[in-house]
Design a protein around this ligand. Structure first.
Ligand SMILES: NC(=O)c1ccc[n+]([C@@H]2O[C@H](COP(=O)([O-])OP(=O)(O)OC[C@H]3O[C@@H](n4cnc5c(N)ncnc54)[C@H](OP(=O)(O)O)[C@@H]3O)[C@@H](O)[C@H]2O)c1
Length: 336
């Protein structure tokens, strides 16, 4: 089978290699083997390859295959697996090694794809909706029952659009922040009911303040971080919470430079990787059902920027980083 792997942290375009590798072992009891047809290239996948900021860069004796999410067709089922059968279309998360053509996974991490959900949507069906749920829960925790204005950065991202749609559905007073005038225009067209501000405008801080009714934000959902963090803390009302969930930006902001104590601000992180450990099996099943329903009823929220064959992974990585990209880049494999 083909797989993309890396043996040290570094720029994705430099350390990733495509190679032929032995197929994984036949599934043990409770496992299934899936022929992967499509998997997203999430910014977090690239951060994993490059090394997360603050964590040491490493070399690996055994090459690592990126990716935790994908869709494909069940090839073989192990003993005791009753809910899945060979030939069934499925999505999976979190299953390490999704950037290969075969994965062996515990059956409870593999979910049938509803008939009315296409392959491309199915490849994106889990991570972003589960991230949305974790962000909505973090916002609710931060609001202590008193809903106030929420600002989100990188609002034109795939996750950001899910947040916008959820805000409109649940009446959350959301202000969208993007980094360019063209990004702002595109988002205003998509979500005319939500104020959108571009940080390219000299007076963007005032625009955000006005959009929050002059109060400042109760919560900032931030996927950018880096040198923007101090600015975002400045947008919060006293007692507000900055929820960090991505690191698209560069630079850094020392914690000491934020007025955490005098303004009683909270800074916290959230990661979809905590989903497996923080949710009970029953809650996870409900979350997955939500994701599948959303994929079936609102496929426009699962936009695909482009698909590239595994062999063209370098082009896919470049595309992920292209400013103004809309939607998620997929890596595909031909069906056998
Ligand atoms: N914590 C978690 O569990 C979790 C899970 C999923 C995703 N995430 C994070 O969520 C974020 C969005 O992911 P996605 O897959 O939805 O992204 P995406 O669809 O690839 O979109 C990326 C967006 O970020 C914007 N952007 C890129 N660099 C930026 C910068 N330096 N400053 C401001 N904006 C910038 C782009 O704006 P332009 O249109 O201007 O290019 C684009 O709108 C990422 O940070 C990702 O790591 C976190």
């Amino acid at each position: 089978m083909r797989a993309i792997a890396y043996d040290r942290h570094g720029r994705a375009g430099q350390v990733l290699r495509l190679s032929e590798r032995p197929a994984p072992a036949a599934p043990a009891a409770g496992q299934v083997r899936v022929r992967v047809l499509s998997r997203p290239v999430h910014p977090g996948d690239l951060a994993g390859v490059e090394g997360f900021p603050g964590a040491p860069r490493q070399r690996f004796a055994t090459p690592r295959i990126p990716g935790l999410e994908g869709m494909g067709v069940v090839e073989t089922v192990g003993d005791g697996v009753r809910e899945l059968r060979a030939g069934q279309r499925v999505a999976f998360f979190p299953v390490p090694g999704a950037w290969s053509e075969l994965v062996t996974a515990p059956a409870d991490l593999v979910v049938p794809v509803p008939e009315d959900v296409g392959d491309e949507t199915a490849a994106l069906m889990l991570v972003n909706p589960l991230t949305l749920l974790s962000l909505l829960r973090a916002v609710e925790d931060a609001q202590h029952g008193q809903a106030g204005p929420v600002v989100q950065t990188a609002a034109g991202s795939s996750v950001g659009k899910l947040v916008s749609a959820a805000a409109l559905r649940h009446g959350i007073p959301l202000v969208n922040l993007v980094r360019s005038a063209t990004g702002a225009q595109a988002l205003r067209q998509r979500f005319p009911g939500l104020p959108t501000v571009s940080t390219a405008d000299a007076d963007w801080r005032t625009q955000v303040k006005d959009a929050t009714g002059g109060r400042g934000a109760q919560v900032v959902l931030d996927a950018v971080g880096g040198s923007l963090t101090g600015e975002l803390a400045g947008l919060l009302a006293d007692g507000g919470t900055l929820i960090a969930y991505g690191q698209l930006g560069s630079g850094s902001t020392p914690l000491e430079s934020l007025a955490l104590t005098p303004r009683a601000l909270t800074v916290r992180g959230t990661s979809v990787l905590q989903w497996m450990t923080t949710r009970t099996p029953g809650e996870r099943a409900e979350d997955v059902a939500f994701a599948a329903r959303l994929a079936a009823t609102a496929p426009e929220l699962f936009e695909v920027a482009a698909g590239y064959d595994l062999a063209d992974f370098a082009k896919a990585v470049d595309h992920v980083r292209r400013p103004g990209k809309s939607g998620t880049v997929l890596l595909t494999s031909p069906a056998p």
